[in-house]
Structure formats: structure tokens, C-alpha cells
Design a protein around this ligand. Structure first.
Ligand code: A5A
Ligand code: ZN
Length: 478
């Protein structure tokens, strides 16, 4: 790595902070010479590996992991009308093999419905083959025309987790949607990221879906980030791709499907939700380094201190912690700065005086210095980790609470969405929705919001005043 100059901008200046922290904490290198494509630094990839480990763990309970090809033949890609309309402007095409033009153009998958579903047509024969629940974690390509941003709006999404399920009935697919939502909620709980889950308006649903449920969070600047979506596909794709099963009466029936996806936006949210002016703050479960030991070396007793540090490291490793001793020839202050930037939850300092007092000095990344009795070090470290996680969670919950506002007056909308998310009453009419989006310069995120942070009572439409409007979220999104 190059020498890191200057300091991290304050988080209050979120956009600069975000761009800067990506290289200072060694998450992404943004210097790759293709727009919208970025390189994972090994440290960033260590975070990714653990975040996706959680996702795999949750899905592996009853899904199977699989892998489909990256290239999709044009005729398959062009089969589902809505789906094409939604993606045709975003597809990269492979047109040549060497210098030979291909007979059949090949799309780089922007998502894998049209790669997977022709195979499902072959796999599904009878009701006994159902349900199918598979997922894959792959790269996908989207020629995004909006402003690209590392981890947030990519042209190569490197960490696209997509699940695709097949069911006998619409209702079964619906309960799979609910199951997926619960799984995503659990995933974000594990990352201590509070989310707002709502039903996207009809005009914003996934191309080819009956309906879309979206998972959003609120970024530090008050803008929302869609960090997951679950789609009920009905029988649109099964009719297009002829995915049929023979029911118990021997009749052919069309299947009902769902799909749901999460990308590395989950990591953008993780970084942004928890970091501060000093750098990252990682939940212990996904931190590549959970504890750093900094030996405080004076001229005398150096060997003794180093031995104590090594012994401490071994004990913590045995207890399952990912630990590093920082023996580099640097000022302690420089080491503190380095590990704070990388979001290490707990720092332990050990010096001659600590040895004499049979303690280890602990400093949490969230603040607070406390000597821990050496004899009980494992249970004390366990306790500090819990304390740390609780602070992360409290901060995150407070952030969402402080950026979510009930708004009853048209005149307040624009001002509110410049600070966070507005919850309004909406009658359900498209004209009123358009008006809401126009005066707020924001978009309707969704209805049927699954949160107890706002009152779900119906009320008069913020535009036309009609009674019985439903609570609807409005925000400016990334
Ligand atoms: N087949 C379904 C799952 C699908 O493609 N859904 S989706 O289009 O909504 O994408 C799933 C998730 O990927 C989105 O919710 C969003 O969080 C993320 N995503 C979409 N486009 C992205 C992009 N260009 N860069 C990073 N993440 C993206
Ligand atoms: Zn209205």
C-alpha cells in the first residue's frame, strides 16, 4: 500500500467520507480502468467473505447452492416481454468469438432468470419435483447509466446472490416470499443494520413480477439504499419458458415462481451505517480482525511483554477470536489509528505496568478504556464484545429513528426528504403519487411498511385529501 496521507473527511460530509474510507480501510481500489468496475482489496474481501458466509448459512437451511453460465443466448433472453423491456438498455452483448461474428448473440447476465428458467423447464416434470429452491452467488453485468459508485451502483456486480424458487401454486410462492423476507430481515439483524421493508408501487416492481417487496436502509446523508428485493413472479415466466408439472390428477399445470436478490450493496450499508470519523466499525462476526493486541514496549522488559502478548494471543485464538499482534516498528498512536480505520472492535494493550497489575488494558472501537483482569480475560473479552455490539445496534437504530418522519403537509415534503424518509398518507391514485414525487423530488419507496417505528393508521391523502389513505414511504434513493 502507498503511504496514506491526510485524514479521513468527517462522516457528516458523507460522500467524501465514503469515497475516502474505501481505500483508507483497504476495501475497494477504484482505479481499475473501466467505469463501474472496481477491485476488492484482500481486507475488503475478508469482510465480504464473512458477510456472504452469513447469507450462505441462512440460505443453506433449505436452499441448494448452484452455478449457472454467465452467457445467455439472445432468443432466450428475448422471450419474456416485460423482462426485456426492463433490462434491454442495460445489457452487455457478446457478439464475436475472436474475429468471427457469432450466429447467436450472447448476453452477459444482468440477472439469471433467462439462464435458469429454460433449465427449470427440463428439470420440472411432476409435482414431486417441487418445490425447487436454489441460489447462486455470481457476478452480473448491468450497463448502468446513472452515476456509478463502488459497492452501490456497479456495472459489474461481483457479489450478486440470487435465489430462484419454483412452486406448485401462487399461494405457495407467496409464502416463499414471506420466508425470504424473514431470511433477509435475519441477515440484516446479524449485521446490525435496521431496514425498512415495504411493497414497491406497481410501476416500480421487477420486470416480469406480480409484485416486489423491497428492503431499504437509510444512509448517513438521509438517502435510501435498496439493499435487497424479493419478487413474486406468478406464472409469467413459467408460461414463457413452459415450466409445467403434472398434478396429482395427471393434469399439466404451470408453476409459480419467486426470486430474490442481495448484492454488495449490503457491504456499502454495513460500512456506512456503522463507521465514524475515525473509520470503520465492524460487527465482530464479520470483522477480519476482531482483536488487535498492541504490546507497549519500553526499553526494559521487552521480552517479557512480547511473551505475555503471544500468550494472550494464543488464549484468545483458542477461544475462537481472530486476533493480531501488531509488532510493527511504529508509534503506538500510529497503530491505534491504523486499526481504528479498519474497524477492529477491540484493542488490547499490554505493557510492563499491566503485567505488574495482572491486567490487560482494553479499548473498544466505540470508545471507553477499561483494565480487564488477566485471569478472567476470555469472559471479560466476551463481555466487551457484547457491549460493543449493543452500542453499534443502538446507534444504528437511533439513526433510522431520527431519519424517519411522519409528514402531513405537502409543503413539508421536500424539506423532509432532504433529511431522510417521509411517511405520508396516499390514496393509491397514480396522479397523487406523481404529484408526491414531483413536489418532493423523491420517489415512492413503498406501502405496507413492516415497521413499528411509524403509526400505520390510515389518514387523508397528503395530495387530494381523500380519507383512508395508506401509509407510504417517500425518499431520495441512491
Ligand atoms: N433476479 C432478481 C433477484 C433481481 O435481479 N432483482 S433486482 O434487480 O432487484 O436486484 C437485486 C438487488 O441487487 C437489488 O435489490 C439491489 O440491492 C442490488 N442491485 C441491483 N442493481 C445493482 C447495481 N447496479 N449495483 C449494485 N447492486 C445492485
Ligand atoms: Zn390522493
Amino acid at each position: 500500500m502507498e503511504e496514506q496521507e491526510g485524514t479521513l473527511p468527517q462522516k457528516a460530509d458523507f460522500s467524501s467520507w465514503y469515497n475516502d474510507i474505501l481505500w483508507r480501510a483497504e476495501i475497494m481500489d477504484v482505479r481499475y480502468p473501466v467505469k463501474g468496475l472496481y477491485v476488492w482489496f484482500p481486507f475488503g474481501f475478508g469482510i465480504r467473505k464473512r458477510v456472504y458466509g452469513i447469507l450462505r448459512e441462512l440460505l443453506d437451511r433449505d436452499h441448494e447452492e448452484t452455478l449457472f453460465p454467465l452467457l445467455i443466448p439472445e432468443p432466450e433472453f428475448m422471450k419474456e416481454a416485460e423482462h426485456i423491456k426492463g433490462f434491454e438498455n442495460e445489457v452487455y452483448w457478446v457478439t464475436h468469438g475472436g474475429t468471427t461474428p457469432l450466429d447467436v448473440k450472447l448476453a452477459l447476465r444482468p440477472t439469471s432468470e433467462t439462464a435458469i428458467y429454460p433449465m427449470y423447464a427440463l428439470w420440472v416434470r411432476s409435482h414431486a419435483d417441487l418445490p425447487i429452491k436454489v441460489y447462486q452467488i455470481v457476478n452480473t453485468f448491468r450497463y448502468e447509466t446513472k452515476h456509478t459508485r463502488p459497492l452501490i451502483r456497479l456495472r459489474e456486480i461481483t457479489s450478486f446472490k440470487e435465489a430462484h424458487t419454483v412452486h406448485a401454486t401462487w399461494d405457495e410462492a407467496e409464502s416463499q416470499v414471506e420466508d425470504a423476507i424473514a431470511r433477509y430481515q435475519e441477515f440484516y439483524d446479524r449485521l446490525n443494520i435496521p431496514v425498512l421493508i415495504s411493497k414497491r408501487p406497481d410501476w416500480d416492481k421487477f420486470p416480469g413480477a406480480d409484485y416486489t417487496i423491497a428492503v431499504d436502509t437509510i444512509m448517513p446523508d438521509g438517502r435510501t439504499l435498496q439493499i435487497g428485493t424479493v419478487h413474486h413472479l406468478g406464472d409469467h415466466f413459467s408460461k414463457t419458458f413452459s415450466i409445467q408439472y403434472e398434478d396429482t390428477k395427471g393434469e399439466q399445470q404451470y408453476c409459480h415462481q419467486t426470486c430474490y436478490g442481495i448484492s454488495e450493496r449490503s457491504i456499502a450499508a454495513l460500512i456506512s451505517m456503522h463507521g465514524d470519523d475515525l473509520g470503520l466499525m465492524l460487527p465482530p462476526e464479520v470483522a477480519p480482525v476482531q482483536i488487535v493486541i498492541v504490546p507497549v514496549i519500553m526499553k526494559k522488559r521487552e521480552e517479557e511483554v512480547m511473551q505475555a502478548a503471544t500468550q494472550l494471543e494464543a488464549e484468545l485464538q483458542n477461544a475462537g477470536y481472530r486476533v493480531k499482534i501488531d509488532t510493527r516498528d511504529l508509534r503506538p498512536g500510529a497503530k491505534y489509528y491504523y486499526w481504528e480505520m479498519r474497524g477492529v472492535p477491540l484493542r488490547l494493550e499490554i505493557g510492563p505496568r499491566d503485567l505488574d497489575n495482572s491486567v490487560v488494558m482494553s479499548v473498544l472501537r466505540t470508545g471507553g478504556k477499561e483494565p480487564l483482569p488477566r485471569a478472567d480475560i476470555i469472559s471479560e473479552v466476551n463481555r466487551k464484545m457484547k457491549e460493543y455490539t449493543n452500542v453499534l445496534l443502538e446507534h444504528a437504530q437511533a439513526h433510522i429513528q431520527n431519519h424517519l418522519f411522519m409528514v402531513h403537509e405537502e409543503s413539508e415534503l421536500s424539506n423532509t426528504v432532504s433529511k431522510g424518509v417521509a411517511a405520508v398518507h396516499w390514496c393509491g391514485n397514480r396522479e397523487c403519487a406523481d404529484r408526491i414525487e414531483e413536489i418532493s423530488d423523491a420517489s415512492i419507496l413503498g406501502t405496507e411498511v413492516r415497521t413499528d417505528l411509524i403509526d400505520q393508521k390510515r389518514g387523508n391523502c397528503i395530495i387530494c385529501g381523500k380519507p383512508d389513505g395508506i401509509v407510504t414511504l417517500v425518499g431520495r434513493s441512491y
